[in-house]
Design a protein around this ligand. Sequence first.
Ligand SMILES: Nc1ncnc2c1ncn2[C@@H]1O[C@H](COP(=O)(O)OP(=O)(O)OP(=O)(O)O)[C@@H](O)[C@H]1O
Ligand SMILES: [Mg+2]
Length: 281
Amino acid sequence: MIKCENLSHIYQSGSPFEKTALRDINLEIHEGELVAIIGHTGSGKSTLIQHFNALEKPTSGKVYIDGIDLSAPKLNLKQIRQKVGLVFQYPEHQLMEETVRKDIAFGPKNLGLSDEDIADRVISAAHSVGLKDELLDKSPFELSGGEKRRVAIAGVLAMEPKVLVLDEPTAGLDPAGRDELLSLIQKLNDCGMTIVLVSHSMEDVAKIAQRVIVMNDATVIRSGSVAEVFAEAELLQSIGLNVPQISRIVAKLREKGVNISKDIYTTEAAAKALLSLIKKD
Ligand SMILES: Nc1ncnc2c1ncn2[C@@H]1O[C@H](COP(=O)(O)OP(=O)(O)OP(=O)(O)O)[C@@H](O)[C@H]1O
Ligand SMILES: [Mg+2]
């Protein structure tokens, strides 16, 4: 679904402020996957995902979406933006219409759909993010932080993308808002949507991701299942990332000689493993 071949991106090339944000990236994201991209501040995560809907262009290398080469001379940008929905960090800052309904309708309107189709898409996107009908005619500014974020996500879903890319979707939300949003993302993936998620929160990644891509200093240094990546606690810590708290506890228990697998990265799995050890004793 997404393929990068030797992708590099240099900001302000040739100026004294030249900055290599991506260096020789090769990756593939398959249809139906839920992939998390992690990495410390400035490692290039946002720059990378902005290539997925042609918001940024490679300085060198290639990006393909669903087989379409994004550097093709006659690229149909509208088609790409429809296929890949990008939810920016703090997307609620971009809400600007008088009502929630109008905000969600903004994207579909640009697709040139009929009024009836737009109305249908607004309702179904609002429902899929769990927004109640009575909120639709309110001003987005009257809503809570979590609701505003869901309106912004509904606006992207109303484009009916095949891939949803989210940059730090849970940043700044309280724990309940986080959990709600994560279960929404999980649900969209269960319905077949390909999801790419940039996150600083290892707990979030452990909860929902199937695969993790680790970035450091403008390049991809690891890609693997959540278990494989979190088992490399030392590597992650050396590049300034924290493994989930429970992975650290498991590592400590192993140091003390407890026979528990190092692939455990959720509290539920740790509890199960420890209980079975107790039973064995
Ligand atoms: N428009 C720009 N012009 C020049 N340099 C930029 C621009 N945008 C980003 N950069 C630089 O490129 C590098 C990668 O930035 P990017 O925003 O992709 O990182 P990130 O991993 O998303 O960071 P964060 O976790 O803080 O969001 C950083 O050094 C950043 O300062
Ligand atoms: Mg970023």
